[in-house]
Design a protein around this ligand. Structure first.
Ligand code: IYR
Length: 230
């Protein structure tokens, strides 16, 4: 699909010949439906098994996330994989502290009501049970080798897209996750000793669902609600 031997220069910059794979309409209908069925069967999970997962699988998942498009191809993200039980425990304690304050002081009554059917609370045992936590960091700016500071572009959009790729790769691999957003999340920067240009974006426990897992009874909006044709 990408031919590294077939290239041209555009304004002096190398461009490779790219031939996206083309399918018949019939094949596309099947492929698009199959992919929908796959992702439609994904659910956020809050009950994790401690069954180990090979780091090689996590590496492939993160390589997939890192293929996401990003502003000026700056790839302004870092995926920190936590498997060390002591660090997971530190993260759980700090997250639960913030969540306790959120549930009792920061979140509005409407917000709390909106969450009731999901059965969430300030307790986050999965942060210790899951074999891995992936802490995603965004990089609003970076330094070049001479120490000059450069802003990145569309950082939230870029890292959001990478997280979407990440979640779909986790599901495709046969694992489960939860997009966990303890708020505020700065404790992650401290615990994981991240450089000053990184900001915590999302925290995802990754592993197998516990043997008997229940998920909230929710539905997806209909196609007519989410798609408008002009
Ligand atoms: N961050 C909290 C609360 C929470 C907020 C939303 I919006 C959710 O969709 C789910 C939970 C928590 O993780 O419990």
């Amino acid at each position: 699909m990408i031919d590294t031997n077939d290239f041209i220069l555009i304004d002096g910059y190398k461009h490779l010949r790219y031939t996206p794979k083309v399918f018949s309409e019939e094949e596309m209908l099947i492929k698009s439906k199959t992919y929908f069925n796959l992702l439609n069967s994904r659910r956020s999970v809050r009950q994790f098994s401690n069954k180990p997962v090979s780091i090689k699988i996590i590496e492939n998942i993160i390589k997939t996330a890192s293929t996401a498009p990003s502003g000026a191809n700056k790839q302004p993200w870092t995926f920190c994989v936590v498997e060390n039980p002591e660090i997971k425990k530190k993260i759980r304690i700090a997250a639960e502290q913030e969540e306790e304050r959120s549930y009792t002081e920061r979140m509005s009554t409407t917000w709390l009501n909106d969450l009731k059917h999901l059965g969430t609370d300030a307790q986050k045992p999965f942060l210790e049970t899951a074999p891995y936590l992936i802490a995603v960091f965004k990089k609003p700016y970076e330094y070049d080798t001479d120490g000059n500071k450069h802003q990145n572009y569309y950082v939230n959009e870029s890292v959001g897209l990478a997280c979407g790729f990440l979640i779909s790769a986790i599901h495709q691999a046969g694992l489960v996750t939860l997009t966990h957003t303890p708020s505020p999340m700065r404790f992650l920067e401290k615990i994981l000793n991240r450089p000053e240009n990184e900001r915590a974006f999302l925290l995802l426990p990754v592993g197998y669902a516990s043997e008997k897992t229940y998920v909230p009874y929710i539905s997806r909006k209909s196609i007519t609600d989410v798609m408008k044709i002009y």
